[in-house]
Design a protein around this ligand. Structure first.
Ligand code: CP
Length: 308
């Protein structure tokens, strides 16, 4: 297979395992490109991409913009906070105005789950979901799996635990779907109040004891508490959360093996992981960020090749 089975990247749930492998093989090529002295290729000289962000972002926004520029696409950036959305303009009107400037692809982050799916049905452009509320964050899951593959050689049969706020996390859902599609074993660990009831229907086991989870896993993906999405209190105090579900160096060293530590960012240092864990040699957090550019180049390149 040399092309994706989809015309948009709306979520991992719409991908086949062969799509993931194609994205990884394409990212391998682009990773080699971005480590050259000349980091740019002319592949998308005739493509214009709009990055429209209705929610804050550091990594995803910069990574998409860099990926697009490395591919020589024309790039326009839109942040809702400084736009006419503030004057009441709707999502479809906003995007159709942007598209009338002859834009081929839209990368969108939005607080509402399903915003990308909605957009893909109403506008004529390839849509890439850069995170839609607590629903999906597909490029994050792709770069996470790619980073596991790079570190451990393969994703299949690896034991991965996702720790923290599973209920509000688009990173958790996209990671679970991507890891299961590739044959990994997945557990989630966190306060019972932050683990959705349906989670086991995704083929995932629940472990509420962090030490058991860490002893079982090859990889621990540590998530941030999504304070901006918490409508009520899900645990007594942050201090108590850290005592039960935070990873520190003493705990890491007490395990009988070396596990890989991941985090999608932004990190709340001292809450879900301490600085000496985040910055340890077991951590691949900055490798994840580096791989994000190659993965996003691959996604954009493969989707653009379906437009032409
Ligand atoms: N991992 C991630 O999505 O980070 P940002 O919110 O900074 O983009």
């Amino acid at each position: 297979m040399s092309e994706l089975s989809v015309n948009h990247l709306l979520g991992i749930k719409y991908l086949k395992e062969s799509d993931i492998q194609l994205i990884f093989e394409t990212a391998d090529h682009f990773k080699e490109v971005i480590n050259r002295s000349i980091k740019k290729v002319p592949s998308l000289r005739d493509i214009t991409i709009a990055n429209i962000f209705f929610e804050n972002s550091t990594r995803t926004k910069l990574s998409f913009e860099l990926a697009e520029k490395r591919l020589s696409a024309d790039v326009i950036n839109f942040s809702a906070g400084q736009s006419s959305v503030k004057k009441g303009e709707t999502l479809i009107d906003t995007v159709n105005n942007i598209l009338s400037m002859k834009v081929d692809m839209v990368v969108m982050r939005h607080p509402n789950p399903g915003a990308g799916i909605f957009l893909s049905k109403h506008v004529n452009a390839a849509i890439v979901n850069a995170g839609d509320g607590a629903h999906e964050h597909p490029t994050q899951a792709l770069l996470d799996s790619y980073s596991i593959r790079e570190k451990l050689g393969d994703v299949a049969n690896k034991n991965v635990v996702i720790v923290g706020d599973i209920l509000h996390s688009r990173v958790a859902l996209s990671n679970i779907l991507a890891l299961k599609l590739q044959g990994a074993n997945v557990k989630v660990c966190g306060p019972k109040t932050l683990i959705p009831k349906y989670i086991e229907s995704l083929g995932v086991e629940v472990e509420t004891d962090l030490v058991n989870a860490l002893n079982w896993c090859d990889v621990a993906n540590m998530l941030r508490i999504q304070n901006e999405r918490l409508d009520i209190s899900y645990f007594p105090t942050t201090r108590e959360y850290t005592q039960q579900f935070g990873v520190n160096k003493k705990l890491l060293n007490s395990l009988g093996k070396e596990i890989v530590i991941m985090h999608p960012g932004p990190i709340n240092r001292g809450v879900e992981i301490t600085s000496d864990v985040a910055d340890s040699k077991q951590s691949i957090i900055l490798n994840q960020v580096e791989n994000g550019v190659a993965i996003r180049m691959a996604v954009i390149y493969l989707l653009a090749s379906k437009i032409k």
